[in-house]
Design a binder for this molecule. Structure first.
Ligand SMILES: O=C(O)C[C@H](O)C(=O)O
Ligand code: SF4
Length: 514
């Protein structure tokens, strides 16, 4: 095979997957948008999401800053040289990372050292299978960490919150899948897609679940019982009221695909792979002689265009939320005025801090004065120009709950007034917000282009030893929009939605499939 062409094909596959959301996914998002009533938080979030999809396409930049653990699946004719193909895939990954199409995401699991080029033990994942056809089928999925963390595996029989006993039958499986959507809340950037694997062992069950994510959103399961199960889950999971980003709303789930394999008598696993709305997976058919792309998968059908001006339009509704402009340093008084549901527009400085920084700040001094400041849970994609200056290529929020053990103490110790992230935080942080005078602001997960556009300059960086995604970036922003979802008065939209969705989940307790 012409390896230079194969390299080029793989490079294109990576860039397209990171920047151009597949059409089948776009159609699902467009349909969801029609269902949300104008002016609600969910409608506003969906408008930000669709604007972001459009911007990523136009800028040829990552839809979401977390470009995941790149996972390639290739089916190749007998005789194809898999060793050479692997080398070219790795070379393409390295180049795409250099070009700011992928975030350097491969870190040493123990030391946290970032390899800088997405290459390392276990990354990327490349799986080959031989087949009898005379062309190569190459697929790639970029599944981010936030939704990956919401994958869940059930071992039947079990006892489930809200649903009670789940037995070793189709109805027990139904309960597990409904529960999997509930437990994800908004943390995996809902509305999501789920792939479900029934059977196998703990490894092959998850493998099967992830395999389902390569099915088309609009396909129909060949097995009648599984088709019914998929339809049931898709309909009823959307009655849980979790909504976009867990803000409450009509659309919680955009797709459900179920596969089954045999198990051994003692084991009965139901494995669920949760994928965020930024469902980045594409595929190509490649000519095994010249290495070029013959056909793109998932991209057939008409263009799905999203209009640009909808965020503004929804905010003109009569029920539009109160809007407050924030600029650091922020006083305690000003923070205490904010209530859950307020929309804030931030101008001026904010500092990024995610996992490594929170751990660091819990036993070290801060490199900058954080009094009255805003912390942004974000690991951006950055590019350095010839003069050594950094530019933001993608910068959406990360899942905040991981910082729950540290957040409250750090806010109090350094005088931080606001944290921005997504998915919400827990009781410890909520209590600290009340005691100290702080707010939690929810940004729209995955809207990495939208937020990158709000960042006007990179004013500095500290703690670069943690690598690009984990460093503390000093960002100057304009019109950065987020919603107050936890305030200093003990209110948490996340706790409310969790509670109401659990009550709704309990309505699905009675047997359906027997
Ligand atoms: O790592 C990130 O930037 C985000 C992550 O995918 C998350 O959803 O928390
Ligand atoms: S931030 Fe959200 S959209 Fe991005 S990878 Fe994580 S879960 Fe997906």
């Amino acid at each position: 095979m012409e390896m230079e062409n194969f390299y080029e094909s793989m490079y294109q596959l990576i860039v397209e997957t990171s920047t151009n959301l597949p059409k089948d996914v776009r159609r699902a998002i467009a349909a969801a948008k029609l269902k949300e009533s104008a002016g609600t938080r969910s409608a506003m979030s969906l408008a930000t999401i669709t604007n972001n999809i459009k911007m990523a396409d136009e800028n040829i930049s990552p839809i979401c800053q977390d470009t995941g653990l790149p996972t390639f699946k290739l089916k190749v004719p007998v005789g194809a040289n898999q060793i050479e193909m692997k080398k070219e895939i790795k070379r393409a990954i390295e180049q795409a990372t250099k070009d700011g199409k992928l975030r350097p995401n491969s870190v040493d699991s123990i030391s946290g050292a970032n390899s800088g080029d997405n290459l390392g033990d276990g990354t990327p994942v490349i799986k080959f299978e031989q087949w009898e056809k005379d062309y190569i089928d190459a697929r790639l999925i970029l599944k981010g960490g936030g939704c990956e963390n919401k994958n869940i595996q059930y071992s039947l029989p079990c006892e489930l919150d809200g649903l009670g006993k789940a037995g070793r039958d189709l109805d027990g499986i139904r309960k597990c899948i409904m529960h999997s959507v509930y437990q994800a809340q908004g943390q995996g950037c809902s509305a999501g897609f789920i792939g479900v694997g029934i059977g196998g062992d703990r490894t092959s069950g998850y493998e099967l679940a992830k395999e389902q994510l390569f099915r088309r959103v609009d396909d129909v399961n060949e097995r009648e019982d599984l088709r019914q199960l998929e339809d049931y889950v898709l309909t009823h999971a959307n009655e849980l009221g979790i909504g976009t980003m867990g803000f409450g709303g009509e659309t919680t789930l955009l797709g459900c695909k179920v596969g089954v394999i045999n198990r051994i008598p003692a084991s009965f696993f139901v494995s669920v792979a949760y994928n965020c709305w930024a469902y980045r997976r594409l595929g190509v058919y490649i000519d095994p002689v010249n290495g070029s792309i013959n056909e793109w998968l998932y991209q057939d059908g008409e263009e799905v265009e999203f209009a640009q001006d909808e965020v503004a339009a929804t905010q003109e509704q009569s029920e539009a939320p109160r809007e407050v402009v924030l600029e650091a340093p922020i006083t305690e008084e000003k923070i205490r005025e904010l209530k859950v549901g307020d929309v804030v527009r931030i101008n001026g400085m904010m500092y990024t801090g995610r996992d490594a920084i929170h751990k660091y700040l819990s036993d070290n001094d801060s490199p900058v004065d954080l009094n009255g400041q805003i912390i942004y849970h974000c690991g951006p994609v950055m590019m350095k120009d010839e003069d050594g200056n950094y530019h933001v290529k993608a910068a959406g929020p990360t899942t905040s709950i991981r910082e729950e053990p540290y957040q409250g103490d750090i806010m109090k110790r350094f005088g931080i007034r606001a944290v921005i992230g997504k998915g919400g935080m827990g009781p410890k942080t909520l209590q600290a917000l009340g005691e100290h005078g702080g707010v939690y602001l929810n940004a729209i997960g995955g809207a990495a282009q939208y937020y990158a556009d709000c960042i006007k300059s990179v004013e500095g960086v500290d703690l670069m030893q943690f690598g690009i995604p984990e460093a503390m970036w000093h960002l100057k922003v304009e019109g950065f929009t987020a919603v107050v979802t936890m305030d200093s008065h003990g209110n948490s939209l996340h706790a409310d939605v969790d509670k109401s969705s659990l009550e709704k989940l309990a309505q699905f307790k009675e047997p359906v499939f027997n």
